[in-house]
Design a protein around this ligand. Sequence first.
Ligand code: GLN
Length: 192
Amino acid sequence: MEIGVLAFQGSVIEHASALRGAAGLLGVDCRIVEVRTKSGLKKLDGLIIPGGESTTMCKLCEREGMLEAMRDMPALFGTCAGAIMLAKKIHNEEAGQKTLALMDIEIDRNAYGTQAESFEERLDTELGTLNAIFIRAPRIKSVGEGVRVLAKRGGEAVACEQRIGKRYCLATCFHPELSGPVFHEHFIRSLL
Ligand code: GLN
């Protein structure tokens, strides 16, 4: 299979290495490619949208005419800013911010505070316990009926997934690529 990592900004290398680790553990032959153009999205089985600054990433994806093709991707995994791009409802968004708006989640940008208030915490998830790293993270305020919650913090979802027709979406408020390959394994499994 071929999985792309949107490579405008964020922990692209860490996502690629978590994917490589996950593919190795699952014994799956997976080609990993960095994506910066619309043509780079062709033939991909899935795409990871890393963290970063969602307003900037949206502008770059729009400038490159990538948004439509990204919406058509069979599987998408958004972390932090990537989760913002996947959410249908965003609070504190920049005026005119064009996102993918695929998942039935309501998300609040920068709701845990400033960059300096970023934190790391042991988190029990459906995929096991990990050290979750929240970097000026968004907060999921509510999830729709078809959304499965994979991890909660203080009663609120911080990781979730949704199948929308044939499409699969996975979103985390934290950065699983910095903690190990479990979420990447889960993403690859969704493609098998
Ligand atoms: N604060 C960023 C945003 O709103 C997200 C931060 C991150 O991706 N670590 O897009």
